[in-house]
Design a protein around this ligand. Structure first.
Ligand code: NOJ
Length: 524
């Protein structure tokens, strides 16, 4: 386990929308370099960049045409190496996005795989043995290649699935996972990882990490074996490199070698019921909604076993949002977010802050889809730096040339105005992250334990190491008697109860913890 992950706080940058320095309306690597001090000022000490590779951009770069070449619109490979170097000088690590499940249909591998005559890349993708032989249970394309076969898709039409083999084979064209050509796909991915690690990158966020071997078993053991093999390479040759999975099943992913696994917004799961439970019948019952919000019990029912069963292997990554998920501002106000983010940055594991969430950037409704974004496009709009500058300081380009339009609302947040307002969200983000760095008990490894949570009640109290954290996202004052609390709070006399961080009001009396409306408190 790379030791730096213990105190890592990530900032996710969608490079298209962060900072444009050459006036073409789209963000670039130079732009990221110029904003490293800003990233650092938030307390983030690591970056995750969405794919920056050469691509036709039918899925915003998740359709890779050349894994070893930076897309021209972002700069050059040398620029990326300079970003690694400049970031490292400031104590910031940089993760790239590895897309191992599929390539673009324009990748050279795929072109070779489509040829009429068999060649050494014929089996790099999953093909059936006839143009009229389709694939049950998976999307596929037929009739597009000279080769007499149909190929499997991994996501959009532009993303043919790479071939790591099929575990439970039922068709003659399916190849076993230990076929030399399937092993060669894995080795090709390792070669790409080595290429960037040797240039100074600090690891990878791995796209659709669970999607490699098809017809895998329930616990994805064949896909897992591939990751174990890759982890062996890292442990041996790049022990400081980090691997973070887009899997959202830490009980599997961490056992198979990932250092951290994202807790993603999946309908009804623990993360969803905290922040984005708006689709439930009868209104939005997300825990962090001040009105109508639920108890933390549904979150805990999902989270606790994930945490307990995976903590010895690695970390769960809470996210404020990501490029696939509606920003929380879609349904929550700034006061709600202050409490919600304080929770995220005091939980175990490795947290991720999505660019712009620190200023409460809005989810933009009704923006035209861009590069396969569809409803995701509303979370990918340009970063708002400076309220008074053209395009909020994101780009000098005319507004019709921008990658995605900027937030047109008159009260749109920006870094400049947020910094000037003592009451703004950015200050909450900075102070809670600073406290996390200062207190080991708030970092990745310190133990987590539920101290107080009850069905029908809003108050949630948990312990991190020797700290006690109390949350009340609701509109009314809430109280928990110490005798009803687990562990250290029931031994009332033994704790000092110094309040070291607070939003709203919090009181630790002789027999109870009392939290005012929308309050968050950390007691030492
Ligand atoms: C997950 C990525 O986060 C998403 O943006 C992308 O479209 C798909 N994987 C396909 O690569």
């Amino acid at each position: 386990m790379p030791a730096w992950l213990k105190d890592a706080v990530f900032y996710e940058i969608y490079p298209q929308s962060f900072c444009d320095t050459n006036g073409d309306g789209i963000g670039d690597i130079e732009g990221i370099i110029t904003k490293l001090d800003y990233v650092k000022s938030l307390g983030a000490n690591a970056l995750w960049l969405n794919p920056i590779y050469d691509s036709p951009f039918k899925d915003a770069g998740y359709d890779v045409r050349d894994y070893k070449k930076v897309a021209e619109r972002y700069g050059t490979n040398d620029d990326l190496v300079r970003l690694f170097e400049e970031a490292h000088k400031k104590g910031i690590k940089v993760l790239l996005d590895l897309v191992p499940g599929h390539t673009s249909e324009e990748h050279e591998w795929f072109k070779k795989s489509c040829e009429y005559e068999p060649n050494d890349l014929w089996n790099r993708y999953i093909w059936t043995n006839g143009a009229f032989c389709g694939i049950g249970g998976h999307p596929y394309i037929g009739g597009e290649a000279e080769r007499d076969g149909c190929y499997m898709l991994n996501f959009f039409k532009c993303q043919p699935a790479l071939n790591y083999g099929v575990l439970n084979r039922t068709e003659p064209w399916q190849m076993p996972v230990d076929h030399p050509d399937c092993i060669a796909t894995r080795e090709a991915m390792k070669d790409i990882m080595r290429f960037w690690l040797d240039k100074g990158c600090d690891g990878f966020r791995v796209d659709m990490a669970d999607s490699l071997v098809k017809e895998d078993d329930e616990v994805k053991s064949a896909t897992g074996a591939i990751w174990q093999n890759i982890r062996e390479m890292l442990d041996k040759d790049y022990p400081e490199a980090a691997l973070v999975s887009e899997w959202s099943n830490p009980e599997c992913a961490l056992k198979y070698g990932f250092h951290a696994d994202f807790y993603l917004d999946h309908h009804g799961n623990g993360l969803n019921v905290l922040f984005r439970d708006g689709e439930t019948e009868g209104g939005d019952h997300s825990y962090f909604k001040k009105d109508g919000g639920d108890s933390p019990m549904r979150f805990l029912a999902d989270y606790e076993h994930k945490y307990e069963n995976s903590k010895k292997y690695g970390y769960i990554s809470f996210i404020t949002c990501n490029h696939d998920t509606p920003r929380c501002t879609k349904t929550m106000g700034i006061d709600e977010l202050k409490v919600a983010y304080s929770f995220i940055f005091t939980m175990p594991g490795v947290p991720f802050l999505y660019y712009g969430d620190e200023i409460g950037m809005r989810y933009l409704e009704n923006v035209k889809t861009k590069e396969g974004g569809f409803q995701r496009t509303g979370s990918r709009s340009p970063m708002q730096w400076d309220k008074s500058a053209k395009n909020y300081g994101f780009s000098e380009a005319d507004s019709d040339k921008l990658y995605i339009p900027v937030d047109a609302s008159s009260d749109a947040p920006a870094v400049s105005s947020a910094e000037a307002d003592a009451d703004s969200l950015i200050h909450t983000v900075r102070s809670i992250i600073a406290l996390r760095h200062a207190k080991e008990d708030l970092q990745a490894d310190a133990d987590f334990q539920v101290v107080y949570a009850k069905e029908g009640e809003r108050l949630f109290i948990y312990r991190r190491g020797s700290l006690v954290i109390a949350v009340n996202p609701g509109e009314k004052e809430e109280k928990a008697y110490k005798k009803d609390c687990a562990d250290i709070l029931s031994k009332a006399g033994e704790i000092k109860g110094n309040l070291i961080y607070g939003i709203g009001t919090a009181d630790l009396t002789d027999d109870a913890v009392v939290l005012g409306p929308q309050s968050f408190a950390i007691f030492e």
